[in-house]
Ligand binder design. Structure first.
Ligand SMILES: [Zn+2]
Length: 341
């Protein structure tokens, strides 16, 4: 095995005010991402969001303004692609619709609305709705790639509900398809290539084999997708990784692959709902055609606000130091989430 789970355990001594100022030992870990070597800090607080978020109130608030993604508005309140790129203006796949992003932050950015439903709770996403959204996204990527094969860096991104950065609660994806990858996408592509050259093995292949053997963070499989808790999370709670085994580019995933991916997401969504987590960020990072060193994979991290002050789960460590701080060990989460697989 080439993958290495490197960590460094640290201990601090304090005089504990809750125990008559007696000596207390506190622990945390430095972990090093096995691919990027970036450092993550992990505490072991056994934290749970204590009460379910008031979703009804959020949905109610969202209906005070017209939603551009609802069926009655989508034709008039969303832009169309410039012809001749997509002569029909928008891409439609079953209930899913793809149109250009009105907020310009990439050369070929688009939005996919999953369905006509304004709000879909985490426990209620059907396999069909999810898979159709991803297939609609793939259809957009194929068109962008056909226009110019330099547009080869694809990612499917999802902010679900306001704590994750979603300004609209109507479920939708953000599609990125550019000639320049994001900074992080670029990093993992380069490190994947370096790993391949150095160890003569694909990193994600090696990671899955090792996680299966260790049985500490491996969740299970849904068809061709392997699911695990990532050793060095980026989120404050945990990161789930879903790997499309042997799949290089998002352009090449067969419809069955997205259905299998959707089945895995449904299981994770149920876990989130059961644990009062109403929001998440998800990215599917695509590899490149014919480049065996990178397998397409997803990373999902729950987002939440901390009661009673609705404190953000993002703070200076991640934002300004570029170093994640997590409050739970992925191994502890895995024990609970495994039951859903
Ligand atoms: Zn809507």
């Amino acid at each position: 095995m080439a993958v290495r789970f490197k960590k460094s355990l640290r201990e601090i001594k304090i005089l504990d005010h809750t125990q008559g100022f007696n000596e207390k030992r506190l622990n945390f870990e430095f972990r090093f991402d096995p691919l990027t070597r970036r450092r993550a800090r992990i505490m072991s607080l056994k934290f749970k969001v204590p009460v379910p978020p008031d979703i009804e109130k959020t949905v109610e608030k969202s209906l005070e303004y017209p939603c551009p993604f609802c069926e009655a508005n989508v034709e008039n309140m969303t832009p169309k692609f410039f012809p001749p790129f997509i002569p029909e203006g928008r891409i439609k796949f079953e209930e899913a619709v793809v149109f250009p992003n009105f907020m310009p932050y990439g050369q070929n950015n688009a939005v996919t609305v999953f369905s006509k439903d304004h709000f879909v709770g985490l426990a209620h996403f059907s396999e069909e709705t999810l898979a159709n959204g991803f297939l609609a996204a793939q259809s957009f990527f194929k068109r962008v790639y056909k226009k110019n094969i330099k547009n080869k860096y694809f990612s499917i991104n999802w902010n679900y509900m306001p704590p994750s950065g979603a300004s609209l609660i109507h479920p939708h994806l953000h599609l990125m398809a550019d000639r320049d990858p994001s900074d992080y996408h670029d990093l993992i592509l380069k490190r994947g290539k370096r790993f391949w050259k150095k160890f003569k093995v694909n990193y994600w292949n090696d990671l899955i084999k090792e996680e299966k053997r260790l049985e500490q963070r491996f969740l299970g499989e849904t068809g061709n997708i392997c699911w695990l808790l990532y050793f060095a999370p980026k989120g404050m709670m945990f990161d789930v990784m879903g790997v499309f085994v042997n799949e290089l580019s998002l352009l090449e995933i067969p419809p069955a692959g997205f259905q299998e991916f959707a089945r895995g997401l449904q299981k994770i969504f149920l876990y989130l709902a059961k644990n009062n987590l109403m929001s998440f960020n998800l990215t599917i990072f695509s590899g490149l055609k014919e480049k065996d060193y990178f397998w397409t994979h997803a990373r999902l991290t729950p987002r939440f606000v901390i009661p009673p002050m609705n404190t953000s789960d993002i703070n200076f460590t991640g934002l300004l130091h570029d170093e994640s701080l997590s409050i739970i060990k992925p191994e502890d989460v895995c024990q609970e989430m495994k039951a859903f697989f």
